[in-house]
Design a protein around this ligand. Structure first.
Ligand SMILES: Cc1ncc(COP(=O)(O)O)c(C=O)c1O
Length: 316
């Protein structure tokens, strides 16, 4: 899997607790609830011509996680938008494209290292303020992927957890399974590790969703053992508005291998063709026509003003 260092990212600013700080100084207390116990929620939208693609969907994804965490103080969306705007301005990113914005939320700093949310307080016992971090970086869409020949994937030995253990719609930093699967992909020299759920159905790829195409139909796994995804949501909508039959389904490894096309999808890349899985050729081993069409439709959606939020136009 390719990885690119962008020198422009060396001297960026992040925002932490309302303070704009150079990235080398951006830090959180070691008593942070997200650091100590994995209570950290995140999502990463993208800047397109200075506007944020489907920002509200990303904020909704974050809110679902916040609501699951029993926080005493819950910031509304305007607080997130202000932090995002301020850090983008600090980085002179107005009008930019190719910026990936990681938004992170934690319940705040604790007075003792306990899992009890009652420990997330100030020294006078009042509720601690929640922590919002926004860290934008220059990262073009899909730049690390081969969009001419397509990419290869493996099936990971690690499984995605099921909602039996915790609601997987909570997009938290408890991503050790996916992170280890990423290591497997890197070791195998492929772009993605596809992860099964405990029942043996494909759940998603290590850091993105996936879909198969069979007989002109788009099938993507249910959001059961994976977090919800904005790219997946947009692609389902795009299929619907272009009369491409699309549905959520349980996808076995046999169906995966027998697919006409396989793709992964996320904000980082848009739809990316997977032409080989575990060395097996998918379809004719080339980027398929439906993946090409969906990529074009996804690009159209990214250019559509109704999907773009003008973060710089908003009043303080
Ligand atoms: C585990 C996982 N799956 C899928 C995705 C893709 O989600 P999105 O389309 O919202 O970028 C992400 C991205 O954050 C992710 O971390």
């Amino acid at each position: 899997m390719a990885y690119k260092i962008d020198e422009r990212n060396k001297n960026l600013f992040a925002i932490v607790d309302d303070k704009i700080v150079p990235r080398s100084e951006a830090s959180i207390p070691i008593w942070d609830a997200g650091f100590l116990h994995g209570k950290q929620i995140w999502s990463s939208p993208r800047l397109v011509n200075g506007k944020i693609f489907r920002l509200q969907d990303h904020l909704d994804k974050i809110r679902h996680g916040i609501q699951a965490m029993n926080c005493k103080i819950v910031p509304d969306d305007a607080v997130f938008r202000k932090a995002i705007r301020n850090v983008l301005v600090a980085n002179k990113m107005q009008g930019a494209t190719g910026v990936h914005i990681r938004i992170v939320y934690t319940p705040g700093t604790q007075v003792t290292a306990s899992m009890n949310m009652k420990a997330v307080v100030n020294w006078d016992g009042t509720p601690a303020p929640p922590r919002i971090i926004v860290m934008p970086e220059w990262r073009g869409m899909g730049t690390i992927y081969d969009t001419v020949k397509g990419e290869k994937a493996i099936i990971s030995q690690y499984r995605r957890p099921s909602p039996q253990f915790a609601d997987q719609r909570i997009h938290s930093n408890n991503q050790i399974h996916s992170s280890l699967a990423c290591d497997e992909a890197v070791q195998a020299g492929v772009a993605a590790a596809l992860m099964l759920d405990a029942d043996g159905f494909v759940a998603e790829a290590h850091a993105s969703h996936m879909a198969i195409i069979k007989d002109g139909k788009f099938y993507t796994p249910h959001v059961r053992c994976c977090p919800p995804g904005v790219t997946r949501k947009v692609l389902l909508e795009v299929c619907q508005s272009n009369d491409i039959p699309a549905m959520e389904d349980d996808i076995t490894v046999e169906r995966l291998m027998d697919a006409d096309e396989v793709m992964i999808m996320g904000t980082m890349s848009g739809p990316i063709s997977i032409t080989h899985v575990d060395g097996n050729v998918i379809g004719d081993g080339e980027i398929g026509p439906m993946t090409t069409r969906l990529k074009a439709l996804y690009n159209d959606a990214m250019a559509d003003e109704k999907n773009l939020f003008d973060i710089f136009a908003e009043e303080e």
